[in-house]
Design a protein around this ligand. Structure first.
Ligand SMILES: [Zn+2]
Length: 166
């Protein structure tokens, strides 16, 4: 973004953190952190991990979840993502922790704030990977390699979970 949306001049400058400001007309645009959600689903001491189908982090592990759409709550977004990615419906979603990330998409670096929920799922019968994930894996908690996960916030929340469970 180089052109000011108000006056149209090539005078739009980024402060390097979150504000674009026009040096000509003082118009400001705030580039705030995007909200995302992730699910921690544990069964028999195994964590449900997703394999990312697309970049960033294609082929690396992630937690099921994704970005919150406009007008959605965190819970609505997580329910929708679990349905889209795995065709499962959580019966319980309990907020656990959050973390920040930097996420590059189409050469733009976005900052995100990711909220993680411990989810209980009663029926895994129809579970299948689609949408943003290419497959899913159950990984025993004691065998988890944090470096195999694409994002910092996800690595940190899983680390917290492992420390709490062991
Ligand atoms: Zn301007």
């Amino acid at each position: 973004m180089l052109h000011c949306p108000k006056c149209g001049l090539l005078s739009f400058e980024f402060d390097g953190q979150k504000i674009y400001r026009c040096t000509h007309c003082d118009y400001e645009f705030f580039f705030n952190a995007a909200t995302a959600v992730g699910a921690l689903i544990i069964k028999n001491n195994q964590l449900l991990a997703a394999v990312r189908a697309h970049n960033p982090g294609q082929g690396q592990l992630d937690l099921p979840g994704g970005f919150v759409d406009p007008d959605e709550s965190l819970e609505e977004a997580l329910k929708r993502e679990l349905q889209e990615e795995l065709s499962i419906t959580p019966s319980v979603m309990r907020y656990y922790a959050s973390g920040s990330n930097r996420y590059i998409y189409n050469t733009i670096e976005y900052t995100t704030c990711d909220a993680f929920f411990i989810c209980e799922v009663e029926h895994f019968g129809n579970m299948k990977a689609n949408d943003d994930i290419s497959e899913y894996r159950w990984i025993p908690l004691q065998e988890i390699n944090l470096q195999a996960f694409a994002f910092n916030s996800v690595q940190r929340v899983i680390e917290k979970l492992i420390n709490q469970y062991s």
